[in-house]
Design a protein. Structure first.
Length: 294
């Protein structure tokens, strides 16, 4: 696998670009914090906004930067980051901090800068494709993962599995060496071996139900018309920076839950019915109901 930039530097670079955009377009730019919505809660899940007082997390709540979430044994919580086109499932025995959730708007373009700190446990997520310099990163005690248009699983030890798209990993080896690598679809990064290797069936089986739930939630986010989503969007659709969406294409998914998966793209007609031709490591068939979006 080829080496890439140090992913941990991207938030600094992005912040600089955002500030340049803001300073040069003072009359047409805005910087604000995004929010996430708690979609569903399974078992015992708590949160804190002041790092001292914990309360039970409930579906429908919204959380802002600085909040922390904690899941108990056998528990999980599903989260929607509509401002960046992201859905996550925080798995059992996990601790996650919403460190940074920034949006910068300049001349109609939206730039996203999100950082989450995962200090225990693991999470599974799906991210619609972000155009540079936007970034979505997950920091762990042993390194960080920069998420591109991707389906993935990240653990607090910086183990990364990519089901779709690509994840850039920056970590430290057991000998203290810096590791910068890319994890493509169907592969996993192991912090123990410091290597990227094909994902085993046993690895996928460990969170197959979680990724299926994340996929369903991503589809619902698209149908719900979030700020950076369109009906039928998939993770390959670029959502940032953008100036709105003036044309419609109908996208359908064909997932086989194993590697880069078949993904059907169909040309939607007035009834939203189209046959998609699969591409990837599987055959996808496109089918959709509703109006084609253009």
């Amino acid at each position: 696998m080829k080496n890439v930039f140090n992913a941990s530097r991207w938030p600094v670079v992005l912040a600089g670009w955002i500030m340049i955009a803001i300073c040069s377009r003072a009359n047409s730019s805005d910087l604000q914090s995004g929010e996430l919505q708690v979609k569903s809660v399974q078992g015992a899940v708590a949160y804190t906004s002041d790092q001292s007082t914990w309360a039970a997390l409930r579906p429908g709540m919204t959380l802002s930067p600085g909040a922390q979430l904690r899941t108990g044994p056998g528990s999980s919580v599903d989260l929607d980051f509509e401002y960046s086109g992201t859905v996550l499932r925080l798995r059992a025995d996990s601790l996650l901090e919403l460190t940074r959730m920034d949006e910068a708007v300049a001349d109609g373009n939206v730039f996203i800068d999100t950082r989450l700190d995962l200090t225990a446990g693991s999470l599974v997520g799906s991210q619609r494709k972000l155009e540079k310099p936007s970034t979505f990163s997950i920091a762990t005690p042993n390194g960080s993962a920069t998420i591109r248009g991707t389906e993935y699983m990240v653990s607090a030890d910086c183990a990364v599995t990519c089901m779709r798209g690509e994840v850039a990993v920056s970590a430290s080896s057991s000998q203290g060496h810096s590791i910068n690598t890319e994890v493509p679809a169907g592969f996993s990064f192991s912090p123990v071996t410091s290597r990227v290797a094909p994902t085993s069936t046993a690895n996928l089986a460990g969170f197959s139900q979680d990724i299926q739930t994340v996929r369903v939630n991503m589809d619902k986010m698209g149908n719900g018309g979030g700020r950076n989503s369109n009906p039928g969007d998939d993770p390959d659709c670029e959502v940032s920076p953008h100036k709105g969406h003036g044309h419609h294409h109908h996208h359908d998914h064909g997932h086989d839950g194993d590697d880069n998966n078949g993904h059907g793209h169909g040309n939607g007609n007035g009834n939203g019915n189209g046959n998609g031709n699969g591409h990837g490591n599987g055959n996808g068939q496109g089918h959709g109901n509703g109006n084609g979006w253009d």
